[in-house]
Design a protein around this ligand. Structure first.
Ligand code: EPU
Length: 419
């Protein structure tokens, strides 16, 4: 297993380009199953989760062509099997996103239940309940969801809680349903909007995405198209925190600053000078130590849970005390124990991490447990004295394209070694 070795203590400086968003690319690749012809998806990040999705589609018999610029042409017309096996779903929960499209387009789907993961139990009951309300006949047996429907029908779906992939699954299913579907208490994440834009480019009729009420008028068929995935807001935020934690100065390009308002606001509170253009954000920490910031995670447009671990690392070395409350997932503090091994002063109580900033962290061997937790360990390594060795970095490769190359371009001393 590869490891990352980081020698800390060098302020980041320079410019990097932000990649396409993982959490937009995954539902959009699933949405291609709805089309009557080939869909080409551009600005796809080079990530392990994308490879897993391609493998999943490939095993169904879907034809895939990837060009050298990572445009992926998906031709769903060659599909043979309406099946998502456990061995793939267990490695990537987002595989559940094929359930809605398969059922809606082909009238049948057998998809493994994802089960729990490192950040909580993460059930998919709301995906199943929504599809049932749209007329699907669903039973769960032997760890698999078996779903059938002649043609789904529109329904009013009031979501118990805000779920991102739940909203996406139901929105995709509704595009080919008969009649109107209204999703209330829908997730408002930019990735949901990107998916809706892609569905509309395929001939769908989705309105209201980005608000809490999404209305989908079912159409008889969707066509092939070309669609470019939006930039990754969590990758954007992670590099901004990397600069802040090292006292550095960077500019990130090819991003969408409006998607990051809650994050940039918190970075300003840390004392960073920030400037924002149409497609770029710059941050200058002037080699100062950041101020610790209080945070509560919540669905978009509030502060994202996917940036919680990175800010926990930032608070660990900042001036002052602060608390971070995690309200989206029940168990998303695995990084805290690793940060403590690097000398962080963090106390966990329920869903809140209380930090007292320390003057220095020391490099240590640490273990990545999930994607964002791993990112926080890399960030801590950038400021720690000595070498930090991050093990199990396959978690990072799921969601950060060429992280060591991008950080090295910004002046970090980081290298990947085969394990
Ligand atoms: N939930 C239920 N029942 C459901 C669905 C969700 O109880 O049927 C609960 C979850 O257990 C959780 C909360 O609802 O407590 C919110 O979960 P959500 O469904 O919104 O999460 P998700 O759709 O599985 C996506 C992202 C995650 C991100 C969350 C929250 C993708 C592929 N994944 O997950 O991304 O943390 O939304 O914003 O879009 C990551 O990129 O590192 C990552 C984990």
């Amino acid at each position: 297993m590869d490891k990352l070795i980081i020698s800390g203590g060098y302020p980041l400086s320079g410019e990097i380009r932000i990649s396409g968003a993982k959490n937009a690319a995954l539902p959009i690749l699933a949405a291609t199953l709805l089309a009557d012809g080939p869909v080409t998806v551009g600005n796809i990040p080079h990530l392990h989760d994308i490879t897993t999705t391609m493998e999943l589609l490939g095993r169904m018999g879907v034809s895939l062509i990837v060009d050298e610029r990572m445009n992926i042409e998906v031709d769903p017309t060659t599909i043979r099997e309406l099946f998502a096996p456990y061995d793939l779903v267990k490695t990537m929960r987002a595989s559940i996103l094929v359930l809605g499209p398969l059922l809606s387009r082909f009238g049948e789907a057998v998809v493994s239940l994802p089960g729990g993961c490192a950040i909580g139990s993460r059930p998919v009951n709301l995906h199943i309940e929504g599809l049932s309300k749209m007329g699907a006949d669903i039973r769960v047996e032997g760890g698999y969801i078996h779903a059938r429907a002649k043609r789904l029908h529109g329904a009013r779906l009031v979501m118990d809680l805000v779920t991102v992939t739940g909203t996406e699954n139901l929105m995709m299913a509704a595009t080919l349903a008969k009649g109107t579907t209204i999703i209330e208490n829908a997730a408002r994440e930019p990735e949901v909007v990107d998916l809706a834009n892609c569905l509309n480019a395929m001939g769908g009729n989705v309105t209201g995405a980005g608000s809490a009420t999404i209305v989908v008028e079912g159409v008889d068929n969707l066509r092939g198209t070309h669609y470019d995935v939006l930039p990754d807001r969590i990758e954007s935020g992670t590099y901004l925190v990397a600069a802040a934690i090292t006292g550095g100065k960077i500019k990130i390009k090819d991003t969408r600053p409006w998607m990051l308002d809650a994050v940039t606001e918190k970075l300003r509170e840390t004392g960073a000078d920030m400037e924002v253009g149409d497609t770029w954000i710059s941050l200058d920490m002037h080699e100062r130590r950041p101020q610790a910031v209080n945070i509560t995670t919540s669905p978009y447009p509030a502060f994202p849970t996917d940036m919680q671990a990175q800010f926990t690392a930032l608070n660990a070395v900042s001036e002052g005390t602060a608390m971070i409350s995690e309200t989206v997932f029940e168990n998303r503090f695995m990084h805290v124990h690793e940060l403590q091994r690097m000398g962080a002063d963090i106390r966990l109580q329920g869903n809140t991490a209380f930090t007292r900033g320390v003057g220095r962290l020391t490099g240590a061997p640490v273990m990545a447990t999930d994607l964002r937790a791993s990112a926080s360990l890399v960030l801590a390594g950038l400021v720690a004295e000595g070498d930090t060795v991050v093990d199990r970095i396959y978690h990072i490769d799921r969601g950060y394209e060429s992280i060591e190359e991008k950080l090295a371009k910004l002046g970090a001393r980081i290298r990947r070694v085969p394990g």
